[in-house]
Design a protein around this ligand. Structure first.
Ligand code: FAD
Length: 341
């Protein structure tokens, strides 16, 4: 898209701290767009431990990563933030009028008065299988995520991995692929038991194949795969393949944040503890991505940082407006914004 989105705030990262930032900004009439590389909200809570309980979120004695995400989404609903998932913010620069221009890898452009970097441990990046020449096929016949199921129709699909993503995509793509082979190094899976059961049923019905082994080499030309060689206990087998989907998990890398000219402290963004502002006025950093003396990488710290950041962002977005401190319990204007009055 070539459309330019003009807004008050862009929040980079839809982890718990980015989500709560939308709430604190919203109370102060600051409208936000939220961008995340992942295809859904929650950051580490959603990607790394959706089912694990968290015990130290104030007033929630026990809450899973997924539940916390759902509750935050519910809490920020009144402010109807616009989400841009499966997109990475690549560039950030200042315009002559003082606003910031941000661009994503999908071509979305923003012009915004303030930027809130809530990028956590950085960009979630798929782990690349150690196969010679795989870079040449990426985006053409090797995919680390599926944006549209239709894209896989009529293909000879090979899915590699044994976790939830591998199993989910095996089940989803089995009906549209011309052939589908699931390759995993052992006959044990780290996925939801009912998905594993369904997969085994498809194998029994001969709708799909399960190969226990490892992809050892790729065959093809000009970015188009024709087959993959799979090393099994019985030797090497060439499996027809026009689309390979490796699901080896995600790692977090700092990514483009490092290129934005901000003062860093051991790969974290240095901020003050009054405004949580970076070395660049109007660019704030909250949550796991920031650093200051005494910083704790806890969700509750990020929530506090979001509240103070919003006060400071207000001065940038509305330089002529005076901010009155108000409680949500007693302020009818805040309650109006929350849609409870
Ligand atoms: P994150 O949750 O890391 O989210 C950042 C998001 O930003 C990511 O989704 C990422 O994709 C996105 N992003 C980064 N760069 C870009 C870019 N350039 N463009 C677009 N998107 C980008 N904390 C607790 O308080 N209590 C606990 O009990 C607890 N248990 C934990 C258990 C585990 C196993 C782990 C891994 C962490 C735990 N934590 C816990 C830590 C907690 O998850 C983090 O403190 C919290 O997730 C930080 O939130 P965040 O919003 O700052 O960043």
């Amino acid at each position: 898209t070539s459309e330019i989105i003009e807004t008050d705030a862009v929040v980079i990262g839809a982890g718990p701290c980015g989500l709560f930032a939308v709430f604190e900004l919203g109370l102060l009439d600051i409208k936000a767009h939220v961008v995340d590389i992942l295809d859904r909200p929650g950051g580490q809570c959603a990607e790394l431990y959706p089912e694990k309980p968290i015990y130290d979120v104030p007033a929630l004695p026990i809450v899973t990563g997924q539940e916390l995400t759902q509750r935050l989404m519910e809490q920020i609903k009144p402010f109807s933030p616009k989400f841009h998932f499966s997109e990475q913010i690549n560039t950030l620069s200042r315009e002559a009028d003082g606003r910031f221009r941000l661009t994503t890898d999908a071509g979305t452009e923003f012009l915004t008065k303030v930027v809130i970097i809530a990028a956590g441990g950085g960009s979630f990046t798929p782990k690349r299988p150690p196969l010679a020449g795989i870079e040449d096929y990426e985006g053409k016949s090797v995919f680390y995520s599926v944006r549209k199921i239709e894209q896989m129709r009529g293909k000879d699909v090979v899915i590699v991995g044994g976790g939830d993503s591998a199993l989910d995509w095996t089940l989803n793509l089995a009906p549209v692929a011309r052939s589908l082979t699931l390759v995993h190094r052992r006959d044990e899976f780290r996925a939801a038991p009912h998905s594993v059961e369904k997969m085994r049923k498809l194998v029994e019905e001969a709708s799909i194949r399960l190969l226990i082994g490892q992809v050892a080499a790729l065959e093809g030309a000009n970015g188009e795969l024709s087959a993959v060689q799979v090393k099994t206990a019985n030797g090497v087998e060439s499996v027809p393949c026009t689309a390979m989907l490796p699901f080896f998990g995600l790692t977090m890398k700092l990514g483009p944040v490092a290129d934005w000219g901000l003062n860093l402290h051991e790969n974290l963004i240095h901020v003050d503890t009054e405004r949580f502002e970076t070395s660049e006025k109007g660019i704030f950093a909250i949550g796991d991505i920031n650093w200051y003396p005494g910083k704790l990488k806890l969700i509750l710290s990020g929530f506090h940082e979001a509240a103070l950041m919003a006060q400071a962002a207000h001065r940038v977005v509305y330089p002529d407006k005076k901010l009155m401190f108000q409680y949500t319990t007693s302020s009818s204007s805040l309650q109006k914004k929350l849609g409870v009055k």
